[in-house]
Design a protein around this ligand. Structure first.
Ligand SMILES: Cc1cc2nc3c(=O)[nH]c(=O)nc-3n(C[C@H](O)[C@H](O)[C@H](O)COP(=O)(O)OP(=O)(O)OC[C@H]3O[C@@H](n4cnc5c(N)ncnc54)[C@H](O)[C@@H]3O)c2cc1C
Length: 392
């Protein structure tokens, strides 16, 4: 019997397994079950690069992951926030917080590949991949996990890290608060005439947000959130015509945009578990809360969650307490609740504020951006969220 069975070896599941292995030095036996085969731990079609908050990078360094990915990461030194048809502008700069960078941009593929590599030698961790979990059955003192090849594993605790929309959530009667934004994110990599010099841009438009992040020395990552119908039109355009559309919305802050690489589209929704814990199980990562990427906080929040969960489990284990009890898991839930609710409110608040086309909202946004830029208290608070060090 394993002590912990983690379904899903994505970013959340793999970081949890690594944290447990390191802090308990292999004494907590952990199974990680991942549907994708190890040779291509990330679907080849996933070209996303994500923004990691400064504090997340520090946490990944403690896990031993950061040194493996640092050379492929690009620092965000400033974030400029603006809106189309509006002169107001706000800028967050790393030096204002005496930091070399507000965060780093790394390809998800790089993170997943290096995590998979670390897990193969992590003490106490057994990886099953490719293997799909088809059913989970929590019992009084254990949980049974049925794999697709026919094997049944048992454990003291089941961690659902299987992403959003997992059928396993239904088996556990996991209920969600859901918001369908009727939007897709188009992502792509592009080159810019002017060097980005670590500048990231978040531009709000009538239809959705457009982010340009520094991805490599020469390239930037585009994340453009658009209504579904518009997204289909944009995907159908030639590269040149698509770049013209981006240029029109983004402007010439980085000179001419060029050399567009493969466009991909992701449906967007917000999904927050009503209660992400039960007897013998807990949901983490996207399975617990899937956020709109407008603030780039999904994985940053998930990382704080899994590190707290690891701490709770290790503390229980070191005191020779059972690690799958509802009491223990509910204690974890209560510790994380404040941070989770604030990040959901922050993300949803941004969507509402910049999604409204009411004339009054437009005026308050203009005033708000000016005030945000000139009011250190507000700016510092938002910065603390983006840096991953929520100070409340
Ligand atoms: C466009 C976009 C941009 C984003 N940008 C940012 C950003 O800048 N910063 C940030 O912090 N976050 C960002 N995010 C969010 C971030 O990508 C997610 O929070 C993170 O990837 C979630 O990881 P996860 O491990 O929870 O889920 P997933 O990555 O979905 O992993 C789940 C894993 O479980 C496996 N699995 C599923 N079912 C089973 C099963 N039955 N058996 C076995 N294995 C199974 C899957 O194969 C998969 O590998 C962004 C998201 C999007 C869509």
């Amino acid at each position: 019997m394993y002590q912990v069975i983690i379904v899903g070896g994505g970013l959340a599941g793999a970081c949890l397994a690594l944290a447990l292995s390191q802090h308990a030095q292999g004494s907590i036996t952990t199974a990680v079950i991942e549907a994708l085969p190890p040779a291509r731990q990330t679907p080849a079609e996933d070209d996303r690069a994500i923004a990691l908050a400064h504090h997340s990078c520090q946490q990944l360094a403690q896990l031993g992951l950061w040194p493996l990915v640092a050379a492929k990461a690009t620092a965000i030194r400033s974030i400029q926030i603006s809106e189309t048809h509006c002169s107001a502008l706000a800028t967050l700069r790393a030096e204002a917080y005496r930091l070399p960078a507000l965060g780093q941009v790394v390809a998800i593929q790089t993170l997943r590949q290096q995590l998979a590599r670390l897990l193969t030698t992590a003490a106490g961790v057994t990886v099953y991949a490719p293997a799909e979990v088809v059913s989970v059955t929590p019992q009084a003192d254990q949980v049974l996990v049925q794999l697709q090849p026919g094997e049944v594993l048992s454990g003291q605790l089941l961690v659902i890290a299987a992403g959003s929309r997992s059928p396993l959530s239904q088996q556990l009667a996991l209920r969600y608060h859901c918001w369908d934004h009727h939007q897709h994110a188009i992502i792509a990599t592009l080159s810019t005439e002017e060097p980005h010099r670590g500048r990231a841009f978040e531009r709000f438009t009538r239809e959705g947000s457009l982010a340009i992040l520094p991805k490599t020395v020469e390239q930037c990552a585009l994340v453009w959130c658009q209504p579904q119908e518009r997204q289909q039109q944009l995907l159908a355009l030639t590269d040149q015509a698509f770049l013209q559309q981006v240029q029109q919305v983004f402007g010439w802050r980085l000179g001419a945009l060029s050399q567009l690489q493969r466009r991909q589209s992701y449906p967007l929704s917000t999904q927050v578990a009503v209660r992400p814990v039960g007897h013998r199980w807990v949901a983490v990562g996207n399975a617990a809360q899937t956020l709109h990427p407008i603030a780039g906080q999904g994985f940053n929040l998930a990382l704080r969650d899994v590190l707290q969960l690891a701490e709770c489990l290790i503390s229980a284990w070191s005191q020779q307490q059972a690690i799958g009890t509802y009491q223990l898991l509910d204690d974890y839930r209560q510790r994380r609740q404040g941070d989770q609710q604030r990040m959901v409110r922050f993300t949803q608040g941004l969507l509402q504020l910049f999604g409204s086309q009411q004339p009054l909202s437009k005026v308050s946004r203009q005033v708000g951006l000016h005030l945000f830029d000139s009011t250190p208290f507000v700016k510092n608070r938002v910065a603390s969220w983006l840096l991953g060090t929520p100070a409340w």
